[in-house]
Write a protein that binds this ligand. Structure first.
Ligand SMILES: NC(=O)c1ccc[n+]([C@@H]2O[C@H](COP(=O)([O-])OP(=O)(O)OC[C@H]3O[C@@H](n4cnc5c(N)ncnc54)[C@H](O)[C@@H]3O)[C@@H](O)[C@H]2O)c1
Length: 500
C-alpha cells in the first residue's frame, strides 16, 4: 500500500459524530481540509453542524489555516459512501467491540486499499479491532482527547497487523493536524494516558464512595495544585523537582516507603446507585446551574489561555501553539513577503483579529496592555512581510522595540473585530520608525494608535546591527512607498499640560 498521503487538501471521513467525532470535524475543518461524515442516529447531521458552529470560535482563536471553512463539512448517507470518498477515515463510534468490529469491517470493505482507518477508541486493542478487516495493515488507533479541536495529544497504537508505513502515515497525518502523536510502542488496553487517568478516577470514586470527600473537594485537590503543574511537566519531571537538588533519587528515598502503605486502590468500587447519585449530585452542585455548553465554553477559554501561556516556554501544548501559528503564516494567511519590485500598499494592512477573552478586564473592555499585545502581533506581521521568519530569528537576528507611544482613543469589547494599518515613518540601516493604527472592524473608527522605534539587533550579541540584505531592501522599498503619505496627527506628539 502507499504510505503518507501527500496532497495538502484532503477529505477526512468521520464515522460517528458524537462528542469526539464532532471534535475531529472541527480540528480537520480548521486545518483547511474537507470533512465527510456519517452517523446512523436520527438528527445526527444537524447535531454535528450545531456542535461545529459552537466550537468554531474556539478553533478560530487557536488559529485557522487558509481555506478553513465550516461549510466544507459534507454528509454521507452510509458508512460505505463516506469511506469510499475519504483519503483518511477516523472512526468514533461508541466504545464497544460489538459496535466497532462490524463497523470497521464495513469501512474497510468500502475504502480504497490505501486509505488508513483510525479508531478513536480509548482503550480497545487494535489487533482485535482489525480482525476480519480487508487490508488490516491499515487499521490503527488514533486516540484523541476531548476537546479534540484544542488538545494536541493523540495516542497512535498499532496492532499486530498494522504496517510500519501506516504508523508513519498516522504520525504524518496527525502532525498535519498540528497534534502531538505519541506512538504507544507496546499494545496494551487503555494505552498510556487513560491508564494514568483511570488510576486517578478509580481513586476519586473510592473517596466519594467512602464518604471521605465530595466531587468538588477532590477537584479542588487537583486544580489548585497538581493540575497546574501537569500542563508543563508530567508526574515524573514534577517529582524529580520535588526531590530538591537530589532529584528523583532523593524523592524515591524520601517518599518510597509511603508506596508500601495501602493508600490507593487499583480496583474501582462497585458503581452502586448511591455512588452514581453522589457523583451526579456532586457534579451538578459544582456546575451550579451552568449548562454543559456554558461549561464547555469556560473550559475552552481556560485551555486556550493555558496553551498560549506555555508558548514562550516552548513547552507541551505551547510548542504546538507556536508551530501552528508559523505554519498558518507560511501557508499564506497573511500577505506574501515583499519581493523586489512588488507593489507596496500605503498604508500596509497586514493584521486583523478579534478582541480575545484574556484581553478584557472585568468591564469587558480591552485593557491597556492588550492594545500593545495586539500591536505586537501587527509588528510580527510586518516582520514577516519584511522576510523575517523563524529561520531569520534562529540565525540570530530580529527587530526589538526600543520606544513606544500609545494613544488610546476608544474602547473595544470582547469579541469585536479589529484591523490594524501600518505606516513606515522612516528607517535607516538599523532603525525602523513605524506607526500602527487600530480600527473597529471594517469601519474607519480609530480606536488606538502606536508609534514605535524598532532596532535591528544581533540577538546573541545583544546589540543593534544593520538589517541583513533581504529585510533591508524591503524596509527601503516600504519607506520609499510611504514617504508621500501625510504624517499621522498622533505621531511625534509630546505629552504636556499647556501652561496657563
Ligand atoms: N468522550 C471522550 O472524552 C473520549 C475521548 C477520547 C476517545 N473517545 C472515544 O471516542 C469514541 C466515541 O466516543 P464519544 O464520547 O464521541 O461518544 P458519543 O456517545 O458522544 O458518540 C458516539 C456516536 O456514535 C454514533 N454511533 C452509534 N452507533 C454507531 C455505529 N454503529 N456506527 C457509527 N456511529 C455510531 C452515535 O450515534 C453517536 O453519535 C469512543 O471510542 C470513545 O472511547 C472518547
Amino acid at each position: 500500500m502507499t504510505a503518507v498521503p501527500t496532497r495538502s487538501a484532503r477529505t477526512i471521513g468521520l464515522a460517528g459524530t458524537g462528542v469526539i467525532g464532532a471534535g475531529w470535524a472541527v480540528r480537520v475543518l480548521a486545518r483547511g481540509h474537507d470533512v465527510i461524515a456519517w452517523d446512523p442516529a436520527d438528527g445526527a447531521e444537524s447535531r454535528l453542524r450545531e456542535a461545529v458552529e459552537r466550537a468554531w470560535p474556539s478553533a478560530t482563536r487557536l488559529g485557522l489555516f487558509p481555506g478553513a471553512d465550516p461549510d466544507r463539512l459534507g454528509w454521507a448517507d452510509s458508512a460505505e459512501e463516506m469511506a469510499a470518498a475519504s483519503d483518511w477515515v477516523q472512526e468514533s463510534a461508541p466504545e464497544a467491540e460489538s459496535v466497532k468490529l462490524p463497523l470497521l469491517r464495513r469501512l474497510a470493505a468500502a475504502a480504497a486499499p490505501d486509505t488508513v482507518i483510525a479508531s478513536s477508541s480509548s482503550g480497545l486493542l487494535p489487533s482485535r479491532l482489525a480482525d476480519g478487516c480487508r487490508h488490516s495493515e491499515r487499521i490503527i488507533i488514533g486516540h484523541p482527547f476531548n476537546p479534540v479541536y484544542l488538545l494536541p495529544l493523540v495516542e497512535v497504537v498499532p496492532g499486530d497487523a498494522t504496517s510500519p508505513a501506516v504508523v508513519d502515515a498516522a504520525v504524518a497525518h496527525y502532525h498535519d493536524l498540528v497534534m502531538h502523536p505519541l506512538v504507544v510502542r507496546n499494545e496494551i488496553e487503555g494505552y498510556l494516558s487513560d491508564r494514568l487517568q483511570e488510576a486517578l478516577w478509580r481513586e476519586v470514586l473510592h473517596l466519594v464512595n467512602d464518604g471521605v470527600a465530595t466531587t468538588a473537594e477532590l477537584d479542588d485537590a487537583i486544580t489548585y495544585g497538581p493540575g497546574l503543574r501537569w500542563a508543563a511537566m508530567g508526574t515524573n519531571l514534577t517529582f524529580h523537582l520535588a526531590g530538591g537538588e537530589g532529584g528523583m533519587g532523593h524523592m524515591l528515598r524520601q517518599f518510597g516507603p509511603a508506596l508500601k502503605l495501602p493508600w490507593t486502590h487499583l480496583e474501582a468500587p462497585e458503581l452502586t446507585p448511591e455512588l452514581v447519585a453522589a457523583m451526579e449530585s456532586g457534579c451538578e452542585a459544582q456546575a451550579a446551574g451552568r449548562s454543559i455548553a456554558e461549561l464547555e465554553q469556560l473550559r475552552d477559554d481556560c485551555l486556550l489561555s493555558v496553551m498560549r501561556a506555555l508558548r514562550p516556554s516552548d513547552i507541551g501544548a505551547g510548542r504546538l501553539v507556536a508551530e501552528r501559528e508559523a505554519r498558518i503564516l507560511e501557508a499564506g494567511v497573511t500577505d506574501e513577503p515583499w519581493t523586489p519590485g512588488a507593489h507596496v500598499a500605503a498604508p500596509l494592512e497586514l493584521y486583523s483579529t478579534v478582541v480575545e477573552p484574556d484581553w478584557v478586564d472585568y468591564n469587558g473592555h480591552m485593557t491597556e496592555a492588550a492594545f500593545l499585545t495586539a500591536f505586537g502581533w501587527a509588528s510580527d506581521m510586518l516582520f514577516r512581510y519584511l522576510g523575517i521568519d523563524e529561520d531569520y530569528r534562529a540565525a540570530g537576528h530580529s527587530y526589538y522595540t526600543a520606544e513606544t507611544h500609545i494613544n488610546y482613543l476608544r474602547e473595544a469589547s470582547l469579541g469585536e473585530p479589529l484591523r490594524v494599518t501600518t505606516q513606515v515613518l522612516g528607517s535607516d540601516a538599523k532603525r525602523l520608525h513605524i506607526f500602527h493604527a487600530m480600527y473597529r472592524g471594517h469601519s474607519d473608527e480609530l480606536l488606538c494608535t502606536t508609534e514605535q522605534m524598532l532596532l535591528h539587533v544581533n540577538t546573541e550579541a545583544g546589540r543593534a546591527v544593520p538589517a541583513l540584505a533581504g529585510p533591508a531592501a524591503a524596509v527601503a522599498a516600504i519607506t520609499a512607498a510611504h514617504a508621500p503619505m501625510a504624517a499621522p496627527p498622533q505621531a511625534g506628539r509630546r505629552m504636556s499640560i499647556p501652561a496657563g
